[in-house]
Design a binder for this molecule. Structure first.
Ligand SMILES: [Zn+2]
Length: 92
């Protein structure tokens, strides 16, 4: 054993930085074409990752990172749900 523990990292659609995926919010698109936030990392579907940071959410809105990641328009409710989730994290 090398002791070299590899941490799975994902790129944030906001700041574009690679971070530990366990610390990120996952947004997935289900087979029914619905967007859901996956805080457990266990749901199936095409996913994108975002830091649990409202600044990253702002950046993602601005650079259309989610749209690019999913190659389609993202409903406003998804952004609203993300913002709410981040406020929850802030005040936890
Ligand atoms: Zn970020």
């Amino acid at each position: 054993m090398s002791g070299n523990r590899k941490v799975p990292v994902r790129k944030c659609v906001g700041c574009q930085e690679m971070k530990n995926k366990k610390e990120m919010i996952r947004i997935i698109r289900t087979a029914e074409n619905e967007f859901v936030l996956d805080t457990t990392g266990k749901k199936n579907g095409r996913g994108a990752y975002l830091c649990p940071d409202r600044e990253c959410l702002k950046k993602a809105v601005k650079n259309r990172g989610l749209e690019r990641s999913f190659k389609q328009a993202i409903p406003d409710e998804v952004y609203e749900a993300l913002e709410k989730e981040m406020i929850d994290i802030d005040t936890r």
